[in-house]
Structures are given as structure tokens and as C-alpha cells.
Ligand binder design. Sequence first.
Ligand code: SD4
Length: 302
Amino acid sequence: VVNYPIVISTWDFGVAANQEAWKTLSTGGRAVDAVEAGVKIPEADMKNHSVGRAGYPDRDGFVTLDACIMDELGNCGSVAGIEDIAHPISVARLVMDKTPHVMLVGDGARQFAIEQGFKAERLLTKESEKEWKKWLKKAVYSPKINIENEMMKPGSKYNHDTIGMLAIDAKGNISGACTTSGMAFKMHGRVGDSPIIGAGLYVDNEVGGATSTGVGEEVIRNVGSFLVVELMRQGMSPEAACKEAVDRIIHKKPEKSKEIQVGFLAINKKGEYGAYALQEGFSFAVCDKDKQDLIIPGKSVY
Ligand code: SD4
């Protein structure tokens, strides 16, 4: 039995993003078009301070965005540390479609976007600037993630994060997209897992796809999303594969693992899905022909 078309994505804002993706999937469109359209919803959301235009800036006040996309043919595109462009996922899509490259960073990514007709605009909102100035008073920079913990508390105003989305279209083809403003008040130039193919996102059309959210450094160290897909290739269910990837992080850094959040989300070729996270508080959204749900998976010790 197979279950597609289907789209799944990280966090509660995934519900609205999935609805947008579903418009493409339910009318016979390609998964890659669906995921691009889907993640543009949180990218454009002015209330969302962890993805796209209203994202919190880095510690020097620059809003720098990361995104990547991967299709069923193994094509992929990525931008990292791009400034002034509200929809980094669409720039990543054009890196994939129109250049011989996979990844463009910083000013080069911005220049490419402008050449492709994107508007350069100030992304730092008044609200984000206010939060940044508040943060500057103490300027506690702790990559071991006080801010991330705060983000993960249900109801916290930081309680939104990277969106990673995976879709299977009516033909059974799998694609994924991932987009973020990264860790709030990060070092200028810091890049997380989200735009790194294999870390924040990976798709193999024969096996499935995976994406991640949380502290990108730990995901990069373990090449997390690639690992999840490879574990599914060996026969693990999506949830078991996500759990094993989380366990690798715990195994390598047991102490640090107590203080940070990392979550993986995965789907296999049949449209079975699952997720696992280091800490409580992670959620993901599922949309297929029968349902539109928000699911709260367990944490590593449940
Ligand atoms: C990153 N995984 O840049 C992304 C987003 C993030 O807490 O910071 N999440 O590491």
C-alpha cells in the first residue's frame, strides 16, 4: 500500500505551508514545485522570526538566510547567508535550475538573485530590531543554545524554527525543501545545517527523504538527513531512522545533547513518515487526501 500524494513539514507553521503545497500536489503537479510553494508561506510570514523575511538578525544586525531544495532526480540548489532577498528558497531553486552549481553564498547569492529579478529589500523588521537590541544589552552568545531552548518552549515567542518540507507527488516522486534564518543572533557568517545538502535535507527518490531542525552544528557533524535516508535504505522505518540519527548525536555529545534540540523528519517511498527529536516540544504537520494534522512526536527518552 502506498500513500501519496502527501506532504509533511516541521513545526506548527507546517500546517499552513502544507496547505499551499497541497494545491500543487492535489492537481497532479510536481513535488519540487509543491515544496517550493509550500515553504514560501512561512518565509513570507511577518510573525515568523525564524524563517524568511521577518527572521531575527545575526549578532551584528544582519538578517542572513539559508535555504536548499532537492528534487527526485538528485538535482539540488542552495543559498547560504543571503541578505535582502525575502524568498531564499526560490533563489535556491534557480541555482538548481539555471546554474551548473549547487550552492551560492553571501553576496554572490544576492547578486545572482537580483540578476534573476528578485527585489532587494530591507528584511530587518522593527520588531526583530527591537529584539536584537534587547539581546545586545547582555549579548550572551552561547552556541550551546540558550536561545534555542527558549525557542523550543511551547508558547514561547521564539517557538518557531526552520521549516523542512518533504513531498511525494501523484507520480510517486519525492522532493524536499528547507529554509531558515538560522540561529537567532548567530555570529555573522555562521551557516547551519539547513542549506547543506545531506545535513538539513536529503532526498533519494528510490528510498525517501529527510530533513532536520534544531541546532544545525550537531546535524552537520553527523550528516543527519543523509544518515536518516541511508538508514531507511537499510530497512528502517522513518521513525526508527530518525531515532537512530538522534541517538548518534547523543552518543557523540551526551552532555551537550541535554541542552539542545535537534529533530528529524522523514518519509519513505511508500509515503510512510515519522519523526524523532532530542527534546520534547517538536511537532510536524502532515497533509494527504485524508487528513491535515499536526503531530507531536516523542522525545528521545520516551
Ligand atoms: C540552523 N537548523 O541554522 C537551523 C535553524 C536553527 O534552531 O537554528 N534552528 O541550525
